[in-house]
Design a protein around this ligand. Structure first.
Ligand code: AMP
Length: 175
């Protein structure tokens, strides 16, 4: 399936979750077996060399798990606070208003493991950059992040490149 055909499975919902946001909804792509499989295959082709996948809550889990199954790699979960049952390490990061936090199970990433970050959408890059910081805090090496869709014009890619991470996105949509 071509990337153009994959893009046709993205639904745009205006003013969600708040006025002015064009929400790029990937649920139609997930609901179509051929499109979901083609997305996973296209992500795998662009994954490069790595040891472990990190999926970012919540939709990063879906694509991260599919990619892990396809490539035979393990998956670690980068989660919102208070969701992981074991000992965690965390990273606090700034939002436009206030702060947020991501957590990871302590000791689950082997020291110096090459971790591939996976999420559904790259917007401002704030979430992905925070996930990279957290993974590096745990001793991981992170040099590439995979996204199904990137919103152009929000500088998310520049933010990641400035942090030494190459962003790779299957689809590009305007912000
Ligand atoms: P950011 O930290 O700004 O890069 O936002 C990234 C997260 O927010 C991603 O994990 C997406 O799931 C979600 N997100 C942000 N903007 C959009 C959008 N316009 N459409 C769909 N998801 C979005």
């Amino acid at each position: 399936m071509t990337l153009e055909k994959l893009a046709a499975h993205v639904r745009t919902v205006a003013d969600f979750p708040k006025a002015g946001i064009q929400f790029r909804d990937l649920t139609p792509l997930l609901a179509d077996g051929a499109a979901f499989q083609a997305t996973t295959a296209a992500l795998a082709e662009r994954a490069g060399a790595f040891d472990l996948i990190a999926g970012v809550e919540a939709r990063g889990f879906l694509f991260g798990a599919a990619l892990a199954q396809r490539t035979g790699h393990g998956l670690v979960l980068v989660r919102k606070p208070g969701k992981l049952p074991g000992q965690t390490i965390g990273h606090d990061y700034a939002l436009e208003y206030g702060t947020d936090r991501l957590e990871l199970h302590d000791g689950q990433v082997p020291k110096s493991a090459r971790v591939l970050l996976v999420d559904d959408v790259l917007a401002t890059g704030g979430t992905a950059a925070a996930a990279v910081e957290l993974l590096r805090k745990s001793g991981a090496t992170v040099t590439r992040a995979l996204f199904v869709l990137e919103l152009d014009g929000l500088s998310g890619a520049q933010k990641l490149r400035a942090a030494g991470v190459e962003p790779v996105s299957l689809l590009h949509f305007p912000a």
